[in-house]
Design a protein around this ligand. Structure first.
Ligand SMILES: Cc1cc2nc3c(=O)[nH]c(=O)nc-3n(C[C@H](O)[C@H](O)[C@H](O)COP(=O)(O)O)c2cc1C
Length: 184
C-alpha cells in the first residue's frame, strides 16, 4: 500500500511533520511517503500544460497513491499557501486527487489545534476539481492536536499517551474507510 503525506509546514522541526513521522513508523503497512511540496512553483495556468519535472513527479506520486494523509498547521485561520498550491497542482486537468481517500489532521500550539484550517481544507477537498473523499468527521474523527509542543519530546517522539491512543483508533478507522467503495 502507498500513502502520500502532504505536510503543510516546511519547517524541518515541524510538529505536523513529526505527526506524520509518528504514523510512518507506527503503521509501516500504510507505506507513507512524504511529498516534497516546498519546491513546487506557484500554480499558474500559463504553465499548467508544461509545468516541469518537479510538478510532474508530484502529480505522479499522488496519482499512484492508494490514500493520502494531510497534516497541516493553521496559518491565520486557514491552511498554509504551500499546501493550497500543492492541492491546486493535483486538481483540474490531471485530477490526481479524484477519488482518493484522505485523512486530515493538524497540530498547533494553540488550544484549538487547527480547527479553522481543517474546515477550509475539507471545503477545498470536496470540490469538483479536487474531488477527494475525506474521512467523515462524524463519529469523532477530527484530529485536532492542540498544545502540540507539550506532546512531543525533544527527539520528536509522540509522548502524550491519550493522543497516541486516539491516533491509533483513527488510523484503524481510516484503514476501514480506505476499503469502502464510496463511488456514486
Ligand atoms: C504565519 C503564521 C500564522 C499562524 N496562525 C495561526 C492560527 O491562525 N492558529 C493557530 O492555532 N496557530 C497559528 N500559528 C502558529 C502555528 O500553529 C505554529 O507555528 C505551529 O507550530 C506550526 O506548525 P509546524 O510546527 O508544523 O510548523 C501561526 C503561525 C504562523 C507562522
Amino acid at each position: 500500500m502507498k500513502t502520500v503525506a502532504l505536510v503543510g509546514s516546511l519547517r524541518k522541526d515541524s510538529y505536523n511533520l513529526k505527526l506524520v513521522n509518528h504514523l510512518a513508523t507506527t503503521y509501516p503497512e500504510l507505506g507513507i511517503e512524504v511529498a516534497e511540496i516546498g519546491n513546487l512553483p506557484f500554480f499558474n495556468e500559463e504553465i499548467e500544460a508544461n509545468p516541469g519535472q518537479e510538478v510532474r513527479d508530484f502529480q505522479a506520486l499522488v496519482k499512484d497513491a492508494d490514500a493520502v494523509v494531510i497534516a497541516t498547521p493553521e496559518y491565520n485561520a486557514s491552511i498554509p499557501a504551500v499546501l493550497k498550491n500543492a492541492l491546486d497542482w493535483v486538481s483540474r486537468s490531471g485530477r490526481e486527487m479524484e477519488g482518493k481517500k484522505v485523512l486530515i489532521m493538524g497540530a498547533s500550539m494553540g488550544a484549538l489545534g487547527t480547527v479553522k484550517a481543517q474546515i477550509h481544507l475539507r471545503d477545498i477537498l470536496d470540490t469538483l476539481g479536487v474531488a477527494a473523499y475525506v474521512m467523515p468527521a462524524a463519529g469523532g474523527n477530527d484530529v485536532f492536536v492542540g498544545s502540540v509542543h507539550e506532546k512531543f519530546d525533544e527527539d520528536g517522539t509522540l509522548t502524550d499517551e491519550l493522543t497516541v491512543q486516539f491516533i491509533d483508533a483513527i488510523v484503524g478507522r481510516f484503514k476501514n474507510f480506505i476499503k469502502i467503495d464510496v463511488s456514486l
